[in-house]
Design a protein around this ligand. Structure first.
Ligand SMILES: [Zn+2]
Length: 276
């Protein structure tokens, strides 16, 4: 049986998260369209978790994504991690994110991804807010220890959290670390055989493979600058640029392991809500 690859794009413009970011050239639409072309050539639909500021800046891009049959979900308005918001602020921010996507043509919005996987045990107040706003799922938990965020005890599979399906990132053990092998920087930086073995293992277990990429993950032409949200670490910033040219060939290699890409909403529709 084919494995399910829940590939996703976190559609954000890192320049908007930096005080002086707009002095660098615009790169998001051109890179997002490279993903669109790749998906179209393989006849796959995926989920784009889009920040509100991106929907405001590039409404035509959102329309194009929707027009090609992909799903659009929320990634907050301004990419602020949940622990820097109160539940009320989060609610207002998310409502604005939904409005921005609707103005760009989105009809049904079901999915949410927290910035930098900042949904943890400490910010689980987000689930009732998501439910109130009509979401059906979130894919916002990294079920491992991480330098920034993470919810190590969450477990490897989907869980029904106060009316919302949480689809945690797929993780695998790499030496002393537990990492998401199909996630952005990890997908680029970790040894290719490790990434492919981890993907094959998920498939063998009958679990979907969850992963994400950003527009910048494939951008070999982006100007060098210090990326936001990495504590101004030169090492992390080196990794932010490392091996971007390898992403499409790695995606192809994952597909060759017997996966097909579907949207998160399609996958959630196959889950059975546990009886209370
Ligand atoms: Zn993000």
């Amino acid at each position: 049986m084919e494995g399910i690859y829940l590939f996703s794009i976190d559609l954000e413009d890192v320049r908007f998260q930096m005080a002086d970011g707009r002095r660098y050239p615009e790169r998001v639409p051109v890179n997002a369209r490279r993903y669109l072309a790749w998906l179209k050539a393989r006849d796959f639909r995926c989920t784009f978790f889009a920040a509100g500021d991106v929907a405001e800046a590039y409404p035509d891009l959102i329309r194009e994504i929707l027009g090609e049959g992909h799903e659009v979900g929320c990634h907050t308005s301004r990419h602020v991690p949940l622990d820097r918001r109160t539940p009320g602020e989060f609610r207002d921010d998310l409502a604005a994110n939904m409005d921005a996507l609707r103005r760009a043509g989105a009809k049904e919005i079901r999915g949410f991804r927290a910035p930098i996987f900042s949904l943890t045990a400490a910010t689980a107040w987000a689930y009732p807010v998501l439910r109130e706003l009509g979401f059906s799922y979130s894919s916002s938990v990294l079920p491992a220890k991480n330098p920034f965020y993470g919810w190590p005890g969450f477990g490897p599979g989907p869980k029904y959290m106060e009316g919302i399906w949480e689809l945690p990132m797929s993780v695998a053990r790499f030496g002393p670390y537990v990492v998401p092998p199909a996630g952005g920087v990890y997908f680029r930086v970790l040894p290719r055989p490790f990434v492919l073995r981890a993907a094959a293992k998920r498939r063998g277990e009958g679990r979907p493979l969850l992963g994400y990429c950003h527009p910048y993950d494939i951008d070999t032409e982006q100007e060098r600058f210090m990326h936001p949200d990495i504590d101004d670490s030169r090492f992390y910033n080196f990794l932010m640029y490392y091996n971007r040219g390898a992403v499409f060939s790695r995606l192809e290699a994952v597909l060759k392991k017997g996966f097909r890409i579907v949207t998160y909403a399609e996958y959630v529709a196959t889950l059975t809500i546990p009886s209370a």
